[in-house]
Design a protein around this ligand. Structure first.
Ligand SMILES: Nc1ncnc2c1ncn2[C@@H]1O[C@H](COP(=O)(O)OP(=O)(O)OP(=O)(O)O)[C@@H](O)[C@H]1O
Length: 453
């Protein structure tokens, strides 16, 4: 096999910058996965404004990180390329963000800046929003004396629900009003993760809005989730890097994404919220250390980052478990300290019940607590297995052949042993259980002390 040519410093730096840009959301991913419908709805609407001078308004609704901004960016990018090729007429894009533009004055100033209005506007900012906005549009019109018309303007309103918190909603009213009146070709696209956003709009604002709502769903399948990881990491020769480097880089990406630890991390993320942004940011750890000496993505830094992420995700879940679930965890810690390396629900419940009965007075005095009946405790125990805080033991380890799904569903070999008797193991260290109980002001002090024993 011929020796591989050394990768140049320029190539590595270029790839590193470009891929990290994608992973941190500064550079668009080369493809939108599973978002064809919302993409074409937004594109059609923007095209009507930019090419046919129509007024339009719409809300793009979807969970955080589901790709709402990515859809808008891609539509604008496509329009720019098409428009640039077919027409010399100009259009503008104005971006506002509810986090940044916390009042209408700030928004107005930025609208003027983005429309390249250089005149001093301080004197008009004291009047009404509508007057000031009309003044800005007139200034814009005067820049296009030949046509005498205001060119199309696309308003992208990120964190739309926060813009709806402005007093009187003058900004939204004015924009929707102009979009509806068709006198000036503007498109107003609001982006938000609040599905109830319509309830935030005042009646007069609603009356000016087109009521067009475009829904963006989170990634639907694990395959799509994996595909996003792949397109975010892969490079091609258009990126001004040698074909040899690009091809080997992409092979390494595929190997990395096929490794057991990465696959199970992606499955975990998909099961617990399908958070694309977190997936991309975790993958950045395999890219941030690229260098001429190590020009391909490596598994080791990624594994370390995934472990940290899993750990902190688990801690977050743990902070929200119910008091009964916490008591069962403490009971398991107790069993471990008594020398049991494996135990089943019956043993755990027994330990829990014994402690609670012995300390009933103190427990009841510390808050409205009772001894939960066995079926309720079994449900809580199953939740701990689903959350992977408790691990079912395999046949070799526990004496019966079953896994997590068998134990939960009562299927396969696990079926032979009633679920109350199947052996399990707590996945927390005693110190972690102590910290967990110490951080819970809502449990009686006696239970906190039980955890500290
Ligand atoms: N289906 C998808 N296909 C391709 N990339 C996606 C997809 N979903 C999310 N992404 C990527 O995830 C990142 C976050 O997406 P984006 O910023 O568009 O989300 P958002 O819905 O606007 O989030 P927020 O509500 O927090 O503003 C971006 O890098 C985007 O490219």
């Amino acid at each position: 096999m011929p020796a591989r040519q050394a990768v140049s410093q320029v190539d590595v730096q270029h790839v590193k910058q470009m891929v990290l840009g994608r992973l941190y959301g500064r550079v668009a991913l080369p493809e939108l996965v599973g978002l064809d419908d919302p993409f074409s709805a937004v594109y059609t609407l923007l095209k009507q404004t930019v090419s046919s001078n129509e007024g339009n308004s719409a809300l793009v609704l979807g969970p955080r990180g589901s790709g709402k901004s990515a859809i808008i960016d891609r539509c604008l990018d496509l329009l720019k390329r098409q428009h640039g090729a077919t027409s010399s007429a100009k259009y503008y894009v104005v971006r506002l963000n509810g986090f940044v533009h916390t009042n209408d004055r700030l928004a107005l100033r930025d609208i003027a800046r983005q429309l390249l209005i250089t005149q001093d506007l301080e004197h008009i900012l004291i009047g009404s929003f509508a007057d000031a906005f009309t003044y800005i549009l007139n200034l814009l019109r005067s820049n296009f004396e030949e046509s005498g018309a205001v060119p199309p303007v696309v308003f992208v309103l990120e964190e739309f629900d926060l813009l709806a918190q402005h007093p009187k909603q003058s900004l939204l009213y004015t924009l929707f009003d102009i979009a509806q009146s068709h006198q000036t070709p503007i498109a107003v696209i609001g982006l938000t993760a609040r599905i109830d956003v319509m309830d935030l709009l005042e009646k007069r604002v609603k009356s000016r809005f087109s009521h067009r709502q475009i829904y963006v769903r989170s990634v639907q399948t694990l395959e799509q989730f994996k595909r996003i990881a792949q397109i975010a990491l892969q490079i091609n020769t258009d990126h001004n890097v040698s074909a040899e480097y690009a091809s080997e880089f992409n092979q390494k990406v595929d190997q990395l994404l096929a490794s057991d630890s990465v696959v199970s991390y992606m499955e975990h993320l998909f099961d617990f919220g399908k958070d694309v942004r977190q997936l991309l940011q975790t993958l950045a750890s395999s890219i941030s250390q690229l260098s001429v000496a190590s020009p391909f993505p490596q598994l080791a830094p990624l594994t370390a980052c995934m472990e940290r992420e899993m750990q902190s995700a688990k801690l977050q879940i743990l902070a929200n478990i119910s008091v009964l679930e916490l008591c069962l965890i403490i009971a398991m810690k107790s069993l471990v300290q008594l020398g049991s390396t494996k135990y089943n629900f019956e043993m755990v419940y027994d330990e829990y019940k014994t402690f609670m009965s012995r300390h009933m007075m103190a427990v009841a005095a510390g808050g409205a607590m009772k001894i939960y009946k066995k079926p309720v405790a079994l449900k809580a125990f199953e939740t701990l297995i689903e959350l992977e805080i408790v691990r079912p033991l395999s046949s070799v380890e526990g004496g019966a052949a079953f896994g997590r799904n068998d134990l939960l569903a009562g299927t396969a070999a696990g079926n032979r042993v009633p679920k109350e008797y199947r052996m399990v193991q707590l996945m927390l260290e005693p110190g972690q259980v102590m910290e967990l109980a110490a951080d819970r002001p809502d449990i009686p002090a006696v239970i906190r002390r039980w955890a500290q024993q």
